[in-house]
Design a protein around this ligand. Structure first.
Ligand SMILES: [Zn+2]
Length: 401
């Protein structure tokens, strides 16, 4: 792979051994659509390691053996690419970038990132906004990134919005981040300007410790995507931007509660389709409604019926994505047996007691936050959430086994 940046415009060329159908960190096959993309709202003089890591979040799935950047990277970044992916990276020759003092929040506006923002009330936001690609037709036009950007811009927080068409480099299954980390590409290029030493993501307990729900379904302390000692964690750290997961120890029930009790309540939006509010008809809306109803201890409020395609997966046998939250909902929602989740009840014996761990914070998640930002998160979790008991910790560590 050869990559060239011109300002915020990235173009890349595949080597003979590279592949059009690549694999992302979660093993999902991803097909390349086009070999260029742009990131707007970023400076063109960032440290070369930042350009390199930003490029890697985009081209990683399609790169097999080596990557040649258009400017020298530090030995640290080259080593992280080699140790993490077996990739020969060069040219090497830059001084490493020292981590700055500031932590920014990668802010989507969903409940998880709002919860992360609540823990650090002074942290600036970086918001990623999808824009159309010049050459790739948009086959997913109902994604209202304009609505999400507007919500992010009016929180009262300092916010840098980066615009990008990088999701259109991916043709199949649909436009999206080639790697989950590509959402940070703009934040990386802003790292010098914002003096960043850390970037906080809203990945919660399920994504960090329980295998992300979708492709794995077991306790994953060595999660290659989000563990600080995983390959992505080490690569970001090599560029002086530590991955920080402020809500990595709590479930989506807790992030939902924190978001709805926060001053950003009116800015929370997990649905990518709605304009004046969540659409109420997509799979995400249904899943989040389950969590919200459980948190608010009220009946499920949805017009989605069991015959709708978005309901289909709940009629099948588990495992389900986000299964821990399904169990949590089944145990808490009054009248759940009369909803489209009735079938799922056959497979679980969930009770309030067996799911109480999902109301508390897994302590190891606090331990892995870098020292300069740890105390604030620890104090927040102790006072606002509560730490897991030993029994609850065991629930996490035996998940899926
Ligand atoms: Zn929706």
């Amino acid at each position: 792979m050869r990559v060239t940046w011109s300002g915020g415009h990235l173009s890349f060329r595949l080597d003979p051994e590279d592949e059009i159908i690549g694999r992302a960190a979660d093993e999902h096959p991803v097909k390349l659509a086009t070999n260029s993309c742009s990131i707007g709202g970023v400076p063109d003089d960032a440290h070369p390691d930042l350009f390199a890591v930003a490029a890697w979040t985009i081209v990683a799935p399609w790169t097999r053996r080596r990557i040649r950047f258009d400017r020298s990277v530090s030995p640290e970044v080259a080593a992280a690419l080699h140790d993490g992916w077996g990739i020969e990276a060069g040219p090497v020759g830059a001084q490493p970038r020292p981590a700055g003092p500031t932590l920014a929040i990668s802010y989507s506006g969903g409940a998880d990132s709002v919860a992360a923002a609540t823990i650090y009330p002074d942290a600036p936001f970086v918001h990623f906004r999808r824009v159309p690609h010049r050459r790739v037709p948009n086959r997913w036009p109902h994604y209202r990134s304009d609505v999400l950007a507007k919500l992010a811009a009016t929180t009262g927080r300092e916010v840098a919005t980066v615009t990008s068409d990088l999701e259109f480099t991916l043709a199949e299954p649909r436009p999206g981040y080639p790697e989950h980390h590509a959402v940070a590409a703009g934040a990386l290029l802003l790292a010098d300007q914002l003096s960043l030493g850390g970037l906080a993501f809203g990945y919660e307990l399920g994504s960090r410790w329980l295998g992300g729900g979708r492709y794995l379904h077991r306790y994953t302390p060595d999660n290659p995507m989000w563990a600080p000692h995983g390959r992505w964690g080490r690569l970001f750290a090599a560029a002086g931007v530590h991955i920080v997961l402020p809500v990595g120890g709590v479930s989506e029930a807790v992030t939902m509660r924190l978001a709805l009790n926060s001053g950003l309540r009116d800015h929370v939006r997990w649905c990518l389709r709605g304009t004046d509010g969540p659409c109420g008809t997509c799979g995400k809306c249904l899943y989040k409604e389950l969590i919200r109803a459980a948190v608010e201890r009220r009946p499920l409020n949805t017009s989605i019926t069991a015959d709708r395609p978005v309901a289909r997966k709940w009629l099948k046998k588990p495992p389900y994505g986000g299964q821990e939250m399904i169990e949590y909902g089944l145990a808490r929602i009054p009248g759940i047996e009369h909803t489209l989740f009735a079938k799922a009840l056959d497979h679980f014996d969930a009770t309030e007691e067996s799911t109480s761990w999902l109301d508390h914070c897994y302590p190891r998640a606090i331990d892995e936050i870098p020292a300069q930002w740890r105390d604030e998160a620890a104090a927040f979790m102790k006072t606002q959430v509560g730490l897991m008991t030993e029994d609850e910790v065991r629930r996490v560590e035996t998940w899926g086994s």
